[in-house]
Design a protein around this ligand. Sequence first.
Ligand SMILES: NC(=O)c1ccc[n+]([C@@H]2O[C@H](COP(=O)([O-])OP(=O)(O)OC[C@H]3O[C@@H](n4cnc5c(N)ncnc54)[C@H](O)[C@@H]3O)[C@@H](O)[C@H]2O)c1
Length: 273
Amino acid sequence: VTSAGADADGTVLLTGAAGRIGTMLRERLPALGWGLRGFDRTPVDDGDPLPMVVGDLTDSAALDAACAGVAAVVHLAGQPTEAPWPVIREANIEGTFQLFEAARRAGVARVVYASSNHAVGFTPRPPAGELAADVAPRPDTLYGVSKVFGEALGRYYVDRYGLAVACLRIGNCAPEPSPESAADARVWLSPNDVAGLVDACLHAPDLRFAILWGVSANAGRWWSLREAEALGFRATDGADAEPAGPAQPGDDMVGRAFTTPAYGIEEIGAPRS
Ligand SMILES: NC(=O)c1ccc[n+]([C@@H]2O[C@H](COP(=O)([O-])OP(=O)(O)OC[C@H]3O[C@@H](n4cnc5c(N)ncnc54)[C@H](O)[C@@H]3O)[C@@H](O)[C@H]2O)c1
């Protein structure tokens, strides 16, 4: 296992290939020189002839087939928002562990992990300046807790097994910035920029372990791009105009609405199992 930059001729496994960010990356990474294989429990149904392994993250045999011979994994598959604990536990705790184990068994050199701003959602906006990307865990939801777990697991595989791991604390990755919330528009990550950020993480020659904000160069941004730029990322997009309207509860926190009482365990429902 080497921590050198992934070989541009090597295949990259994209877990969650059928999802929203998976689709953005399927449409962009090949033009940046990456050969892709997909993994998802849902087949890609938009005509993309992507080689795929269809299976669940909890199926280690399916993950072994998916990881065989790949240079790197971009791990997007999972539960992408708050949900009752059994859902989070299966997809994001057990599933992420099984993914890293399959990567280790296959000798994959590098994993780019889709973490989330919600790993640190209860972090308030600093009075001045930008917030560093590697601010300490402060999850706003069980979903955020699961992303802290994924980051810690990544660190473990770096230190014990020599993988290289980049964790992206993604803001709001969508085709356009939010038309409804200024706070959400400030944390927009464009489709081109998520591809550029993943490309930088796949190439970076000195990567061992890094935590980066996944955010475009938005006018109102207060999350630092220093760490991502140090790995070679240059944002090409950014939200200029912000929607007008009254401030919303949570606007001054990293996690925004997820920090409000509506996202409590009882409020999300059926937490026990
Ligand atoms: N979209 C955002 O703004 C955003 C923000 C922060 C973090 N993220 C993270 O990025 C990743 C991708 O997000 P997205 O918005 O594309 O979500 P998405 O729900 O559109 O895609 C997730 C994909 O994972 C697959 N999946 C879920 N559980 C699975 C399992 N157990 N086994 C196999 N496949 C499974 C789904 O079928 C889906 O295609 C997620 O890990 C999410 O937490 C997204």
